[in-house]
Design a protein around this ligand. Structure first.
Ligand SMILES: [Zn+2]
Length: 218
């Protein structure tokens, strides 16, 4: 006679195994390595808090980079420094722009690019520190900073805005075109959340990218 051991308990096993596999595929699909799609650029020359501007021109294995950001995102305030502490914060911020840009603007490692600073300045760079102590900010116009009025940031009350600007030379071991640039401003200037990047080279393009981790194909 037949055996009694072939009960109904083994049914349905094959069905259960297919579901985790489908979920795995969904998760893997979310981890692509493609470049980031940019958003539209902000207005040229605008002073927008949280946003840095990068202009990169490329020629072969060399490039030039112009950087501009609100001083608030570099050293925490935009008026002329009034105290020893503010002077020290400003100096530290400008030094970080001078020395640490390569941590924020990261070219492909195999290109072994070196970034050397040509110039760093803010709107307070031209005057000495000690003439700023007591008086208000309305003296900015006299120093030729007439670009302050044009921004129309009335939401900031009576304080003037100030930008930090810097230019850098880039020299690499191979052509920059076709390589990948990564932004990591969060490591150096976490107040910068977006970067308006304009690239001029073999392929010219521009757009607004997130400052922390955007991957951009040059
Ligand atoms: Zn400002």
């Amino acid at each position: 006679m037949g055996m009694a051991g072939m009960g109904p308990g083994r049914r349905g096993h094959g069905l259960g195994a297919t579901i985790p596999g489908a979920l795995l595929l969904v998760f893997l699909g979310g981890c692509g390595e493609g470049a980031d799609a940019p958003r539209p650029l902000g207005a040229e020359g605008a002073h927008e808090h949280g946003v840095a501007r990068l202009d990169l021109s490329i020629e072969g294995s060399e490039g030039a980079l112009q950087f501009r950001a609100p001083a608030a995102e570099i050293y925490g305030f935009e008026h002329a420094p009034r105290t020893e502490e503010e002077m020290a914060r400003r100096e530290a911020g400008l030094r970080a722009v001078r020395e640490r840009i390569a941590e924020a603007v990261r070219f492909a490692p195999e290109l072994e690019c070196s970034i050397s600073v040509r110039d760093v300045a803010d709107d307070h760079g031209a005057h000495g520190h000690d003439d700023h102590g007591a008086h208000g900010h309305d003296d900015h116009g006299a120093h030729g900073h007439d670009d302050h009025g044009a921004h129309g940031h009335d939401d900031h009350g009576d304080h003037s805005h100030s930008d930090v600007e810097a230019t850098f030379d880039i020299t690499c071991a191979g052509p920059l075109a076709g390589s990948r640039l990564t932004l990591a401003f969060d490591r150096v200037f976490p107040g910068i959340v977006d970067v308006d990047l304009q690239v001029v080279g073999e392929r010219s393009f521009g757009g607004r990218y997130r400052a922390a981790g955007a991957r951009i194909d040059l």
